[in-house]
Design a protein around this ligand. Structure first.
Ligand SMILES: [Zn+2]
Length: 239
């Protein structure tokens, strides 16, 4: 009986170890090309183009725009050359541009030389690698500042809008987005939700002079901000 209990215990320990360390080992196996630059550790499933250095410098410059910026922590980035390798580690976000957890960022199908990420999807499916990394790592800055679990209950528009604001990019067409906003029409895509969230954060920071920490702590409703944007005929310079 004692031997049986020991065997069960050993099996449970091995199962937990595989569960915890298996994905790390597998990712190192698949993403076996690697470079370090500043506080970025980049892993890829194909040789890494030297163009990555300029891209990481631009990401760093974007992140420094954030009042939450700090560089004391290393960012671990896993870049895929195809959808399959990305989906293995991001099954719940397989059609997204990227997926970030507190430890690592996985990026969908990427061309470093053309600074492009293509997500699995028919429309609004291209963004720059600079934009995608800036967006994802801004999530990390918010987590470090606000705490991971608290960040999960923040209004989505405040978080995603700020990540795109720091990335200086949107996957939705700007002219069409502004037309819809002023016509008070909707587009059902997630891309349009990100666009309006970004627009509202840009308005609050650049027109109303609010800090992001104030936007997070104060009761600001996205519908009210959009109404104000329409009333003031706010039409920003885009990027
Ligand atoms: Zn995001």
């Amino acid at each position: 009986m004692q031997k049986y209990a020991l065997a069960v215990g050993a099996s449970v320990v091995i199962f937990v170890l595989v569960l915890v360390f298996g994905p790390f080992a597998l990712s190192r196996l698949i993403f076996n090309e690697h470079i370090e630059h500043k506080n970025f550790s980049v892993h890829s499933d194909e040789p890494i183009s030297p163009a990555i250095i300029g891209i990481l410098d631009s990401v760093d410059a974007n992140l420094r725009r954030s009042e939450f910026y700090f560089n004391r922590r290393k960012h671990f980035i896993y870049i895929s050359s195809n959808y399959f390798n990305y989906s293995i580690f991001s099954p719940a976000s397989h059609s997204a541009f990227a997926h970030t957890n507190p430890f690592r960022t996985f990026v969908s199908k990427t061309s470093i030389d053309s600074n492009t990420v293509t997500r699995r999807g028919a429309e609004n499916n291209k963004r720059s690698l600079i934009g995608v990394l800036s967006h994802e790592l801004t999530h990390c800055l918010i987590w470090y500042k606000s705490g991971f679990f608290h960040s999960r209950i923040l209004p989505k528009w405040k978080v995603e809008g700020y990540c795109d604001y720091i990335a200086k990019e949107s996957s939705f067409d700007f002219t069409e987005g502004m037309r819809l906003v002023f016509a008070k029409e909707q587009d059902a895509s997630a891309s349009f939700f990100y666009f309006t969230a970004h627009l509202c954060i840009k308005y609050l920071i650049e027109e109303r002079g609010m800090l992001y920490s104030e936007i997070l702590s104060e009761r600001v409703k996205q519908d009210d901000v959009l109404s104000e944007i329409v009333a003031n005929r706010y039409y920003p310079d885009w990027y």
